[in-house]
Design a protein around this ligand. Structure first.
Ligand code: ADP
Ligand code: UVW
Ligand code: MG
Length: 378
């Protein structure tokens, strides 16, 4: 979305364990204020603290000038496919969708409740991770299970990180000097949660997360793809109930389960010291990403760019190398020198001869939410 509407938005991105926030004047490139509160246990308290800090003289913002408060909500189900002004009914609906994003929707909701109490006179808008994936073809979102069961219980793929995939793919097209309609892009959003997205002509046509943000890539604490029979097997042989398996796959798996560390910096430190589990974990992580690159290349028929983004994608040159190693035969050739180091700004990291460009493009979910929220109330 280009800047068609002007206004000032406070954006809250309440994650499972952190709150990211920005105050954005849509006419300016840089935010008026931004910050990150980590290790949040009480989101209500966290949001109140952020608002108190921003209210201090010298914070650089005047909260009385806010046009809108924008909120990230992870799961919008089939109902919400566009930015939506918050009402009590909308809040109830987001609460009902919590089973389909158990680490996220409750935190998102706590932030909304706290912010509505602080700013009752200002419109609040929710922007859903799932919305960008509303364009998924039916064949991409349908699981091969009994149709009646699937329909009755809303079992289908939704996809997440859509705000990031939308922002990053559009930004990449711009950097390539192309219209979004004219390029096919694979976005690899590798943060604590991680997902891949096939963006064909500006539209999401496939993505690796599914009914919930558990499917797909290996993540900080989530398994990503496994044989669903693992769940039954653990029920029958380990005597684990559904909630125990849920906790195992969402909170104790992924890099944490494989290596003992969920943060990629710790995993590399261990691997560099010769830790075999850490080395294997990195191989599993990279191999899974490669699998999705191949899948989306095959599905779209041709790809113009592969883009790394989010905490791991932007900062971890070793992961970018693992994920693209040996793909020269597919026209994907990383330039090791260009790739080296952390990337604070958009950087081309492929060789000049590589038919598929490889980019690192920092994501900015908060700015995208600000633009969409201001547009929604204009
Ligand atoms: N310098 C770095 N090198 C490697 N990985 C990093 C670095 N900085 C951050 N990360 C990774 O990024 C993750 C956080 O990514 P982020 O996109 O902020 O996730 P989330 O939004 O899910 O909290 C950390 O858990 C860590 O694994
Ligand atoms: C949807 C999701 O996994 O989000 P995050 O990466 O912020 O945990
Ligand atoms: Mg994130």
């Amino acid at each position: 979305m280009s800047v068609n509407y002007t206004g000032i938005a406070l954006v809250l991105n309440c994650g499972s364990s952190s709150i990211k926030y920005q105050v954005v004047d849509t006419t300016q490139d840089a935010p008026l204020a931004s910050g990150l509160v980590e290790r949040v246990t009480d989101h209500n308290e966290g949001v109140r603290q952020i608002i108190a800090d921003l209210s201090q003289p010298g914070s650089g913002v005047d909260l009385s000038t806010l046009t809108v408060v924008g909120h990230r909500v992870v799961q919008g189900g089939s109902e919400f496919t566009a930015p939506t002004v918050v009402t009590d009914e909308v809040e109830d609906h987001i609460a009902k969708l919590s089973t389909l994003a158990p680490l996220h929707n409750p935190a998102n909701l706590a932030g909304i409740t706290a912010a509505r109490a602080a700013f009752p006179e200002i419109p609040h808008v929710v922007v859903f991770d799932t919305a960008f994936h509303a364009t998924l073809p039916e064949a991409a979102y349908t699981y091969a299970i009994d149709r009646r069961v699937a329909e009755e219980h809303g079992v289908r793929r939704y996809g997440f990180h859509g705000t990031s995939h939308a922002y990053v793919s559009r930004e990449t097209a711009r950097l390539m000097g192309k219209a979004p309609e004219d390029v096919n892009i694979i976005v690899l959003h590798l943060g604590n949660g991680a997902s891949a997205c096939a963006v064909q002509g500006g539209r999401s046509v496939d993505t690796s997360m599914g009914l919930t943000p558990l499917e797909g890539l290996v993540m900080g604490t989530r398994s990503g793809d496994i044989d669903p029979a693992v769940v039954m097997h653990l029920g029958r042989t380990a005597g684990m109930d559904v909630d125990e398996v849920d906790a195992l796959l969402n909170r104790q798996s992924g890099m944490l389960g494989l290596t003992g560390y969920s943060d990629m910096r710790d995993v590399w430190t261990a691997a560099d010291q010769g830790d075999a589990a850490a080395k294997l974990g990195l191989e599993v992580y990279g191999r899974r990403i490669k699998g999705y690159i191949g899948k989306y290349l095959a599905e779209m028929g041709s790809v113009d760019a592969i883009v790394f983004t989010a905490g791991v994608g932007e900062n971890d040159h070793g992961v970018r190398e693992l994920a693209t190693k040996g793909l020269a035969g597919l026209g994907i050739e990383l330039d090791l020198e260009r790739n080296d180091g952390r990337k604070k700004q958009a950087t081309l990291v492929s060789t000049d001869a590589s038919p598929v460009q490889i980019w690192v493009v920092p994501t900015n979910e908060e700015r995208e939410i600000a633009l969409q929220s201001v547009a929604a109330v204009s």
